[in-house]
Design a protein. Structure first.
Length: 276
């Protein structure tokens, strides 16, 4: 079976997706939020803020980037991640972006960077401290977070990151089921594979993979950890017991899970590693 076709390896795929929606609706109903703030002109260039009920001065800020192989899902599907973030006393920012194949990779990366720049310049209005900025992403979102750690990502500075179940070398996707759906080009593979680019070494990076994910996700996490470590970055790798590609991200919304505790650690690290 295709190791990248998640549905083949997660029998409860549709049930879990429905659970994302239920949990996210609950989060939006019970947490303080400011929704659908535009960071650009396109319909999906919007972000949602979730605010601690009793924020301290200069609250740290955490940006989450959703996955879906750059072709599915929306920010509204992942509001539940904010549960762990606001419990940690931070502001959660869940961003949306355009999807492939309508949008190409360069546009999506640009959108994610522009969303992060919006946070860097505007989050003070909501009590946030952009110098204590951390990010996380799942699957394609983890890939996109890498481009916030790129030296060319001007206008923001990420102190710490959590990369969950990411794809960091795009080449294998060209022979996967995704070939007919998003049609990655040779140029996109070369330009937008984090393993082919030197990333910043001054951010703390955690790389997580679910125990029951297919081999490429484990292999690519190990490769990126080595790649970042060679450049001098502080990295940490964790395998999440019992989790698969779909349940691993759901666990981020549970502050008591291993994934949730690691997310809290990454947020706390951003306080210590505040950028200037």
């Amino acid at each position: 079976m295709d190791p990248f076709r998640t549905r083949d390896h997660v029998p409860r795929f549709d049930e879990i997706v429905r659970d994302y929606a239920v949990r996210s609706a609950t989060t939006r109903a019970r947490q303080r939020s400011v929704l659908d703030i535009p960071y650009g002109k396109a319909p999906r260039e919007r972000l949602d803020l979730f605010l601690p009920r009793e924020p301290g001065p200069d609250a740290p800020v955490h940006v989450f980037v959703h996955g879906g192989y750059w072709r599915m899902f929306a920010k509204e599907d992942f509001s539940f991640v904010a549960e762990t973030v606001v419990e940690a006393g931070a502001i959660a920012v869940v961003i949306g972006y355009d999807l492939m194949p309508h949008a190409r990779m360069d546009r999506i990366v640009d959108e994610v960077r522009r969303a992060a720049r919006w946070v860097a310049t505007e989050i003070w209005r909501f009590g946030g401290d952009a110098t204590a900025l951390s990010v996380s992403g799942h699957s394609a979102g983890a890939h996109l977070c890498c481009w916030l750690l790129d030296p060319d990502a001007a206008g923001m500075r990420v102190a710490s990151a959590l990369l969950l179940s990411g794809v960091y070398d795009l080449a294998p996707l060209r022979t996967s089921f995704l070939h007919d759906l998003i049609g990655l080009t040779d140029e996109e593979v070369e330009r937008w594979s984090p393993l082919r680019r030197r990333l910043r070494a001054d951010a703390s990076v955690s790389l997580l993979v679910g125990e029951h994910e297919t081999a490429p996700f484990h292999e690519q996490a190990a490769q990126l950890a080595k790649h970042l470590g060679t450049g001098g970055a502080a990295t940490r790798r964790l395998v999440l017991p019992g989790e698969d590609h779909m349940t691993a991200v759901r666990a981020l919304g549970d502050a008591r899970s291993i994934a949730g505790r690691e997310l809290r650690r990454v947020i706390d690290a951003s306080r210590v590693l505040r950028t200037v």
